[in-house]
Design a protein around this ligand. Structure first.
Ligand SMILES: *[C@@H]1O[C@H](CO)[C@@H](O)[C@H](O)[C@H]1NC(C)=O
Ligand SMILES: *[C@@H]1O[C@H](CO)[C@@H](O)[C@H](O)[C@H]1NC(C)=O
Ligand SMILES: *[C@@H]1O[C@H](CO)[C@@H](O)[C@H](O)[C@H]1NC(C)=O
Ligand SMILES: *[C@@H]1O[C@H](CO)[C@@H](O)[C@H](O)[C@H]1NC(C)=O
Length: 455
């Protein structure tokens, strides 16, 4: 196992939008000032445009656009906040655990004579396991600086806007535009850091529905526009080509179908994915990947995944023609399969979503037939060791560094048989098919930042 502290510097930034004071100004700007909250978490400044801002001339239109941008940024921050609060609590819990363990260890060490060597060794072992987390936590604290800089910039910008308000027309709009663009760039950077990370914990499941056979797939589209929450449902792993569509999760729960699609070819397995309006699936008895567009109701692309085993040559542990697993994460579309060349071990390929051409390939050393399921988060493949009770995420492979790690992340297999497990980057959740139950797991990610010297 690679030492966490050497390879990665982890950073968890929490941004909280919580206006501590708001100031109404005559001409219609609403300015929120910022503050640090009680836990020392950063609170971002928000500048929001007043709805009735006049649009007499080009300049005020321009200005309005700038403000809209800033408002968009604030909204992004709010989203980030929601996503990261969970992680923050996790860090806090780990920290207190470490502290508790450390003081216990000290106590024990000072009282060594009364202690059995075995217990002492056990404690030491546990402590060593937790050790890599300490620099992580320290990093987390010190790097709050970064976000406060960002905060300051927003605050400065809001000062500029105040200035403009007093002297409309006299300001250099190009410069203002430039500053907003630069800020926006940095925010995007900050967001991509915050939204990607290393899997630490899987919680749940929440049972959404109980329906269908023991084996199947259900999913939503991570690339769909925010207001679109369509659910697709594909029961069974063989001899089926009917895809059911629901307008929302609540329609899905209530069984109110909005459409059905009759695919031209049967599917194999349960490892399909819906990505950016298309269904990607493995055509039965072949290593062909099919891209089917829901909008046109047609197959747009078909392409063989060269060398990939199919039809139960290299399935997951449960069988079911689960040889070729298609999935999507923050970085795009992926196929996970096995080849003879790689001795039946898992191969990861990144695919072009339009042409289905392989863009890049990584060979792992984990046997596909010994894998329960796998899913991709931020370019790292996580592999479970079983589809049965007691399954855990046992191995991970980073396509970024082409390296693997053994992991020990439990997953609660509530209904004893898992035939599908896929990450959805938009929901930041794992969709599972758990013995005829459609379930969702939450994931806790640590946000990983590569330092300058290892990029
Ligand atoms: C702000 O976000 C909305 C909705 O995502 C978008 O339509 C609009 O163009 C954005 N405005 C700016 C100035 O980026
Ligand atoms: C914000 O403005 C202050 C005062 O003008 C300046 O010293 C500081 O460097 C500015 N901060 C940023 C991040 O631009
Ligand atoms: C997952 O997180 C969401 C939002 O924080 C929460 O409503 C839901 O109960 C969580 N589910 C599980 C299985 O922890
Ligand atoms: C999604 O599809 C639209 C066109 O339908 C395309 O413009 C966009 O680039 C696609 N996005 C991704 C991430 O492939």
């Amino acid at each position: 196992m690679l030492p966490l502290s050497v390879v990665l510097k982890l950073l968890l930034l929490i941004c909280i939008q919580r206006p501590s004071a708001s100031v109404w100004l005559k001409e219609g700007w609403q300015v929120y000032s910022s503050a640090q909250d009680a836990d020392g978490r950063c609170v971002c400044t928000v500048v929001a445009p007043e709805q009735s801002l006049c649009s007499r001339d080009a300049k005020s239109r321009q200005l309005r656009q700038l403000l809209e941008k800033i408002q968009n940024m604030s909204q992004s921050i709010e989203v980030l906040n929601l996503r990261t609060q969970r992680d923050f609590q996790y860090v806090m819990k780990m920290e207190s655990q470490i502290k508790g363990l450390r003081s216990k260890l000290r106590q024990i060490e000072s009282n060594r004579r009364t202690l059995l060597t075995k217990n002492f060794q056990e404690m030491k072992g546990k402590m060593a396991d937790l050790q890599p987390l300490i620099p992580v936590l320290e990093q987390y604290k010190t790097d709050a600086r970064l976000i406060s800089q960002f905060k300051e910039e927003v605050r400065n910008l809001s000062m500029v806007l105040l200035g403009i308000q007093e002297e409309i027309g006299a300001y250099d709009y190009d410069e203002l535009q430039h500053r907003v663009a630069s800020l926006e760039g940095r925010l995007r950077n900050c967001m991509s850091r915050l939204t990607c990370g290393k899997l630490m914990k899987i919680s749940g499941p929440d049972t959404i529905k109980t329906s269908g056979t023991r084996f199947g797939a259900w999913m939503t589209d991570p690339q769909a526009p925010p207001q679109n929450h369509k659910v697709w449902y594909m029961d069974s792993y063989t001899n089926n080509k009917i895809v059911r569509e629901y307008k929302s999760v609540s329609d899905f729960v209530a069984g109110v179908e909005s459409r059905t699609y009759n695919l031209p070819f049967h599917w194999a397995g349960t490892n399909h994915v819906v990505y950016n309006g298309s269904l990607y699936y493995n055509k039965f008895q072949s290593n062909i990947i099919v891209r089917y567009s829901f909008e046109s109701g047609r197959v747009m692309t078909q392409r063989a995944l060269e060398a990939a085993g199919f039809h139960n040559v290299y399935p997951y542990t449960w069988g079911g023609f689960s040889d070729i697993d298609l999935m999507a994460d923050e970085l795009g579309l992926w196929a996970v399969y096995a080849t003879n060349q790689n001795a039946g071990n898992i191969v990861i390929s990144q695919l072009d979503p339009i042409t289905l051409q392989v863009l890049n390939t990584w060979n792992t050393e984990y046997s596909k037939r010994n894998a329960g399921e796998s899913f991709m988060i931020c370019g790292t493949l996580y592999i479970t060791n079983s589809h049965l009770t007691g399954a855990k995420v046992y191995y991970s492979y980073s396509t970024k560094t082409s390296s693997y790690e053994y992991t020990d992340i439990p997953i609660h297999n509530q209904y004893f048989h898992m035939s599908m497990l896929d990450y959805n980057a938009r929901e930041r959740a794992l969709y599972g098919w758990n013995n005829g139950h459609q379930v969702l797991f939450n994931v806790t990610l640590f946000h990983v930042i590569k330092t300058d010297d290892d990029s």
